[in-house]
Structures are given as C-alpha cells and as structure tokens.
Ligand binder design. Structure first.
Ligand SMILES: [Zn+2]
Length: 512
C-alpha cells in the first residue's frame, strides 16, 4: 500500500497531555515525519468534518454543516450524507475505505475502490457492500457501540476495545484481499471515550479509561502501518475539558428573537423551574443540581429531562434560533413562514450581539462570531446564518441555563476545533517538521499531491507543500473529468435508516 490514512476520531494532543499518555506510534510518526494541529470545520463535529475530509470541501460547499439539519417546514432531523460531490473514493483508483462516516448510500466512482460507510448507516449490513461481507472478519465487525452499556463503564470499556480490535482485523483483511494503493480506516473510540469521560467518578478513572482506549488504537495503527509505505494520522476535531456551558437560548429569548410554543407545563418543566428557583437561592443546592445535571446528560433519563430543559421553539413565529453548536438560523425565505424583512441586517445584528457577550469574569464567550461568507469558501443555501465559535473551555449547549444566565458552570468533555495531523514515509517531510494552520479540507489535496495524482479543481482545501518531501508541479483534472457522485440504485437502507440514526444521534446528545 502506497498510502495508509488512519482516522482517529476526536483525538487531540491536549487530551494526551492532560492524561499524561504516551502513544509510541504517534510519537514516532511526529519525530520522524511532519505533524501539527489540524483545524476542523464549522461545526467541528464528526459528520461535517469527515465529509470535508472526503471531499476536500468545506461545509458551505458540501452542504453538511451540522449533525442535524432543519427543513423548510422547521422539522429538525439527522443530517443526510452528501450525494453530489466527488469524494476520495471517487478520485482514488485501487482504494479501500473502512468506516468512513456519512458515506452511506454512495458507490465509489473510481476503479477498484471499496467503501465501508459508518455513522448515518442503519446497521452493518447497510454499511458494508455485499462483496466485503465475504471477508472472514465481517462476522465480528461492529459498526457502532451499544449505548446501553454506557451506564456500566467497565463493560462499556471492554465493548469498545473489542470494536477497535475487530475493526483493525476487518481493515487488515480488506487491505490484504484488495491490495489497495490507498487505504483508510477510522477508529472511533477516542471520540466515544471523550463523550463518556464525565460519567466517570474520578480523574484517576478517566485517565485509566482513556489511556487504555487510545493505547489500543495506537497499537493497531502501528500494526496496519506495517502494510504501508506512507502513513497519515489525522482526526476530525479534538476534545477538551469544558468548565462553562453557553446557553445561547437564554440570550436569544431575552432579545426576543424566538418565542416558545404555548404548551401545557409538564412535570419535567416544573422540575426544571423549581431547580432554577432553588439555584438562585442556595449555592450549595445549586452545586448539587449542577452535578445531577451533568451526570444525567447522555443517559435515557437525562434525555427526558434534557428535552424539558430545551426551548420548545415556535419556529414559524420566531426570527432566529440556534440549531446546535453555535449555529444560528434566521427565519428567511428558505423557510415556509419567513418572518424577517431584512435577513442580512438581522444576521449582522445577531453577530454583533453575540460578539459582545462575556462570562461573569468579563471574558468573551466566543472566540469569534462569523457570517457564513467568512467561515466558508462558497456558502450554499443550507449554511447557518451566524456561526459562533466558543472560547476555549466553553461549550455551546442547546439547553436552558440551570441558573438563568448565558453561561453556567459545568464539568464535562466536549469537542473542540483543533485535532491532529501527522505523516511519515518517503512522500512526506521528515525529521520532526511541523505544519501550522492546516485545515481538514487540506488533507485530501495534500495527499493527492504527495502521490502525484491530479487534483480536483473543485477543492476548497489547499496543498500544504511544507508537509511534502518533494513538492512537484501540481496538476489538475479538467472540470469535466471530475467524477460524478454515484449513489446506490436500490438504496434499501434509506427507508428505515432514519429511525436507527435518530436513535444513535439522540444517544450522543445531538437530538432530544
Ligand atoms: Zn468526530
């Protein structure tokens, strides 16, 4: 194999430092090759980011900017995979992609290219094409984790370790069987581990849990790398400790940008209101409530309370709201009941208002608040209207605040923008070189240039020549020669895929 790309979902250097973890293969790659941070896209979440890796385009171009999407009728549901843009498996002949998120339903346009989809697939039969089901390792291949085990961290740990091992075996056999020029495999566990760290009771337990998971991934990466001349390690976003939640709903409601549906007050609403009232009177009780609030998020009980703690927005009668992760949508002509006469003016007004928000300590809540034309090369019609990028250690939730303020204390681990990139082998710069400011959209153009393949003229990303051993003259496909995206004709899964996917996203806290 000329090039192996290993995806390490959600891994970043700061988490390794935080838990004092030494990953031999990653370290060796950084020492012998070239490495740096890898900036994710808006939003820095798994589906938009891996779609950007696969297409070399930002979410403004490929249209998947969030884990969720909102239709013209205001209905919010899981994002759908991109079906229009040429992706790595269309561009690389002789390739094998194992567990690439948000690619379900696509058929590789390249010759002798094989694609196993991940997230947004219904189950493993939906994710794995028929001819790859013949591999011996298919029987033990596990598409996704069993969320019911999350309440028992020991069991969950064994379960996700098994997923990494079995995914390694599947990838190894697929690479041996098809002998690809380019191989890809994604290990999901760093992301899954990050999402349950706050359920563990002590830092020592968190360290032990996280260490075991990422060490196994590093070991399996090293074993797969034995089959490859060149290796790229990359993540789609990072993780970090969050000490503060941002409750955009509080500010948007205070400013009158959205109104809530008139509905009967349920028991859970009463509980949330009572908790807020108590919180305002007693610091001690407040801290108890906050702990409970943090502990139950991501559990089944939690999701019930969570939906009670989320604004029930009356969209047709509102002007602007957050969908998730700092993405604000304005009720303009894209929707069935537009309420805004001058959307551009409202976008600027919301942006400027969000820019001025500060924490109780007077620090800015957001690192940056931008309009889509500042975030994306060519924002399409589904792009968010305002994108608020949180400051370090702050996380934008969709929930009401337990204390009523725009920010509230938390203790949690969540996504951050900066992930990692490291590459080694004769095609890449060596000797511990570094690359600065690399973005996930740059990875595909960069590895294509490394291999001497002609680039797509459609890429938003750039070739990062400082990562290459000998950057040659770049060549480009003619616009007409960019492969057209192909989709499965009898896309059996799509009918009943939604429900399974909804459930999975709900489990990750993306959906109520
Ligand atoms: Zn991810």
């Amino acid at each position: 194999m000329e090039l192996l790309i290993v995806g390490l979902d959600g891994l970043s250097y700061n988490m390794l430092e935080r838990f004092d973890i030494d990953l031999p293969y990653l370290n060796e790659t950084r020492e012998e090759g070239v490495s740096g941070h890898l900036m994710s896209v808006d939003t820095p979440t798994t589906i938009p980011a891996w779609t950007s890796f696969a297409t070399g385009k930002d979410p403004g171009s490929h249209g998947v900017s969030n884990m969720l999407r909102q239709g013209p009728d205001y209905e919010v549901g899981p994002s759908e995979p991109n079906t229009t843009d040429a992706a790595a498996y269309d561009l690389f002949d002789d390739s094998v992609f194992v567990n690439l998120p948000a690619s379900v339903g696509r058929v590789p346009a390249a010759d002798n290219a094989h694609l196993v989809a991940a997230m947004l697939a219904k189950d493993k039969a939906d994710a794995v094409p028929d001819h790859l089901k013949d591999l011996d390792a298919y029987d033990d291949y596990i598409l996704d984790h069993d969320r019911s085990l999350k309440m028992r961290p020991e069991k969950y740990l064994d379960h996700v370790l098994e997923i990494s091992t079995n995914r390694y075996r599947f990838a190894k056999e697929a690479f041996e069987t098809y002998d690809p020029r380019v191989g890809f495999v994604l290990f999901s566990t760093p992301d899954w581990a990050g999402h349950i760290l706050s359920n563990l009771s002590s830092d020592a337990k968190r360290e032990q849990f996280y260490t075991q998971l990422v060490e196994l991934v590093d070991e399996k990466t090293a074993q797969l790398a034995e089959q490859a001349d060149n290796v790229v390690l990359m993540s789609d976003h990072g993780f970090e400790y969050k000490h503060t939640n941002i409750h955009l709903a509080e500010w948007l409601a205070d400013e009158g940008y959205f109104v809530e549906e008139a509905s009967a007050t349920g028991a859970a609403d009463v509980a949330v209101d009572a908790a807020k009232a108590v919180a305002k009177r007693s610091d001690r009780l407040y801290s108890v409530i906050r702990k409970v609030h943090n502990l139950i998020m991501g559990t089944e009980v939690g999701s019930k309370l969570e939906s009670a703690a989320s604004p029930q927005i009356d969209y047709p009668n509102s002007q602007a709201w957050q969908v998730r992760y700092g993405c604000i949508y304005v009720n303009d002509a894209r929707f069935d009941h537009p309420q805004v006469d001058d959307p551009d003016a409202l976008r600027r007004e919301v942006r400027d208002g969000l820019r001025s928000l500060t924490t109780d300590d007077g620090e800015p809540v957001f690192r940056d608040v931008v309009l889509p034309e500042e975030a994306y090369a060519d924002p399409g019609p589904n792009a968010p209207d305002v994108i608020a990028r949180p400051a370090q250690h702050l996380f934008p939730t969709t929930l009401w605040s337990p204390t009523g303020g725009v920010t509230s204390p938390t203790s949690n681990y969540e996504h951050r923008y900066r992930g990692l990139f490291a590459a080694r082998g004769p095609l890449f710069e060596s000797g511990g070189a570094t690359v600065e400011g690399m973005n996930i959209v740059d990875v595909l153009p960069t590895v294509m240039a490394a291999l001497g393949d002609p680039l797509s003229p459609e890429f938003d990303g750039a070739v990062r020549e400082e990562t290459l051993a000998s950057p040659g003259e770049l060549s480009y496909l003619d616009a007409d020669d960019v492969p057209a995206a192909l989709t499965r004709e009898d896309d059996l899964g799509s009918e009943n895929r939604d429900e399974a996917v909804q459930e999975r996203l709900a489990d990750l806290g993306y959906l109520e």
